[in-house]
Write a protein that binds this ligand. Sequence first.
Ligand SMILES: Cc1ncc(COP(=O)(O)O)c(C=O)c1O
Length: 370
Amino acid sequence: MSTPTAINASISVKKELVTAEKRRNPPGPNEPIPFGRIPSNHMFVCDFVPEKGGWQPPEIVPYHNFDFSPIAVVFHYGQEIFEGMKAYRPENTGSKSFYLFRPEQNAQRMYNSALRLGMEPVPVNLFLKAVEELVKVDAEWIPDAPGSLYIRPTLIPLDEGVSYRASTAYRFFVCLTPARNYYSKETGVSVYIEREIVRAAPGGTGATKCGGNYAAALPGLNKAKKLGAEQVLWLDAINHRYVEEVGAMNIMFVYEDCIVTPPLSGTILPGVTRSSIIELARSLGYTVKEERIDINQAIADAQSGKLKEVFGCGTAAVISPVDAFMDADRTIAINNREIGKVSTHLKNALMDIQFGKAKDPFGWRKTVEF
Ligand SMILES: Cc1ncc(COP(=O)(O)O)c(C=O)c1O
């Protein structure tokens, strides 16, 4: 990597807090929270401007809209990357602290995404400072468990003009939005097997969290919804046969004697939840293999009962059991559409670490006092 991953100087963040009249209250415990729709009162903003010497002084300011010219690069060439992570409220509600879960992993992934998209990478320590300081300011927005505060760091270009090139200036910003359940139902999700279009190809951007990946995946999601499925199962771009991811989650297959998940081949997102579940499951005595999974074999195994459970895993939903595959005109139920023991075991074990209810032998949980 050519760029240093951190700024050398210590980072101080200027704060302009929202006025009393404009201040909004977070949703109450009994109010519905549509996922990702309600921004908290503040946001973090820091621009990279080469003519001014690079990263400018970072600020926390009242949540507001940006003003961009229609010929701004941001609207034309897809240089946009983001991250998704959460802040968790400890059970003792009087506590003046919150937890983050492996935030340095998100910082490093965003750094890698930026390099792949030809963008100025956000220094890892600037990313971590942004997240911590912003959540401290809006800590009252962290819902009680099992809810959490979803954190959306984003990097966009700032240059203007429609000539095709990488932007020179960038804006790194972070917004917060309270979250309860990602999926409306707490049972399994049904998954449509997309056998034609692909999400990512070798040498492409599949391992980054860039907006373009998600746009290219939307026709698959739309098809899934039309067929009554909740998510899309993506297959590899060459054989249209090996399992990659499910929607915005990594995927795991539970057999009698082991858990199997596709390897990080460069076309799937290296999920923080994925790597945590692999480590956690091994520590709990499960055998976990990172191997290619042939969808046709997995279907046969589901039908014969050899395949016991399938689940997606990601920050938003933690673990989402898959209760059926929808393939062309057939539906294949998994585990009689019941939530399996392994999914439940791993979900509870991971959430207990995230919410501070269990010991964290891995050092994943970061406590931030405010
Ligand atoms: C395409 C895709 N795969 C996998 C994941 C899971 O990643 P993580 O566990 O870091 O949330 C996400 C989550 O955002 C995703 O968008």
